[in-house]
Design a protein around this ligand. Structure first.
Ligand SMILES: Cc1ncc(COP(=O)(O)O)c(C=O)c1O
Length: 443
């Protein structure tokens, strides 16, 4: 079917609730770091499909594993009769996750259902009612995960009333307007919260992303993350890291909190874990995940196909040393993006670790006013030129660079050339902003 026809049907049949669009495109096929649309046009991909395709697209060995697994055992409900693949994957995840204590693993289908477990279980396991999370956080769309979130995407929904949200330390846009001593400021805020609406002794857990990705690719000071660990230890509060988006090697380590050399009580995984198949996991303290028997189960949780794909995906990451590649290509991106920033005043900030990179677009560097429509125009123009890039952030003004971790230097250089051309065209006004408005993604 022609792309125009498919898009018309998409418009007619697919719910808006499921749409976050940056350009008019339907995808026909994909291989490595390239996608092909239904008209046969090719694109270099800086999205990895929202950080899912960490090993790239169309891996033959994963396709073989999925086929073999389906032929041998197409399904078993792991809840009542587990398969070897689920158990092997759990063992592997326990090995990969730091923490010298007894751990267990829970499996689900999406980052949202995994964070929903946190929302349900942490209060029950501790016998304390309250949770703390962060403004700008994106933990998912089910009710528990949405309640923990602080992103504009969830702002329209009433969530659970037990969650207190505090500012995330963003050095570029500090909540107080002052970036000096941001860690101290944020800890002071937390302490005020403990003294008033959320006593530490009633607080069950603190959940956060060590890099707030949908919130705008924000990297908090590592001292802040370390201080949170100490505070949680002092008050017997669980510290949970949501690694759904930047985990599985994206920042150059398996998990982004590892850059702060701290150990969480639970780690939430999803997206890239299944190398394209739906699967999520929570790896955490045994006493947390064992606190309610049959308390968060889904019929196809940890199914044999998804777990077989996940095992092969992890094997590829290890064998091809994709963590090291993420670090190498990430440095290349950042160095070149800095050169681009010398040319374009609208680049307010560039930040990143490995292949988790954000480029913040502003009206001007003094006021830092978010240039939301310009950011959408950059995504749109890039798409027209054959490069896929999305935007994130509560103002929708951060270009998010999260390509497959398998991207090579040549592809990085090609992407940068296309991105540079997009900047040139948008700055020259060669783009219809009215057309772009309908593709502003979150906005
Ligand atoms: C950090 C984080 N947690 C959770 C989720 C929700 O994952 P899913 O869309 O698979 O439910 C996302 C999705 O973007 C995310 O970025």
């Amino acid at each position: 079917m022609e792309q125009t026809e498919l898009l018309a049907k998409d418009d007619a049949f697919i719910a808006e609730a499921l749409k976050l669009r940056f350009h008019p495109m339907t995808v026909k096929s994909a291989e490595g770091c390239q996608l092909q649309d239904s008209n046969g046009k090719c694109y270099l991909d800086l999205t990895a499909g929202w950080a899912v395709a960490n090993v790239g697209y169309g891996r033959k060995s994963i396709a073989e594993k999925i086929k073999q697994q389906y032929e041998e055992l197409s399904f078993t409900t792991q809840l009542s009769a587990p398969s070897e693949t689920m158990i092997q994957l759990a063992e592997k995840l326990i090995d990969l996750t730091p923490g010298d204590f007894d751990k267990k693993v829970w499996f689900g289908h999406s980052g949202s259902d995994a964070n929903d477990l946190i929302s349900k279980f942490v209060p029950v396991a501790t016998g304390r009612s309250k949770m703390i999370s962060f403004m700008g956080a994106y933990h998912g769309q089910t009710m528990g995960a949405s309640s923990l979130s602080g992103h504009s995407a969830q702002a329209k929904f009433e969530g659970r009333g037990n969650v207190v949200k505090i500012p995330y330390p963003n050095l570029y846009r500090p909540f107080s307007g002052i970036s000096e001593n941001l860690t101290e400021q944020s800890l002071h805020f937390l302490n005020e919260v403990f003294q008033t609406i959320c006593p530490a002794e009633d607080t069950a857990g603190i959940i956060l992303e060590a890099v707030q990705s949908d919130g705008g690719m924000i990297f908090p000071p590592v001292e802040f993350l370390r201080a949170l660990r100490e505070i949680c230890d002092t008050h017997g509060i669980y510290l949970i890291f949501d690694e759904v988006k930047v985990g599985m090697g994206r920042t150059g380590k398996w998990f982004s909190f590892e850059h702060a050399e701290i150990v969480p009580d639970a780690v939430v995984l999803g997206k890239a874990l299944g190398a394209g198949l739906p699967i999520s996991a929570v790896v955490g303290r045994k006493e947390l995940l064992d606190c309610v028997s049959a308390g968060h189960l889904f019929t196809a949780s940890g199914n044999p196909i998804s777990t077989a794909a996940a095992l092969e995906g992890i094997r590829i990451i290890e064998e091809e040393q994709l963590l090291a590649n993420a670090e190498k290509q990430g440095n290349l991106f950042i160095n070149e993006l800095k050169k681009l920033a010398e040319k374009y005043e609208c680049i307010g900030d560039i930040r990143g670790k490995g292949l988790a990179i954000g480029v913040e677009i502003v009206e001007d560097r003094m006021t830092k006013k978010p240039a939301t429509l310009k950011t959408a125009a950059l995504c749109y123009r890039a798409y027209e030129l054959g490069l896929l890039v999305y935007n994130v952030g509560i103002h929708g003004n951060v270009l998010e660079i999260t390509p497959p971790l398998s991207m090579n230097s040549e592809e990085v250089v090609d992407s940068l050339q296309l991105l540079s051309q997009a900047f040139m065209d948008v700055e020259a006004g060669n783009i219809d902003l009215e057309e772009v408005k309908q593709y502003s993604g979150w906005g």
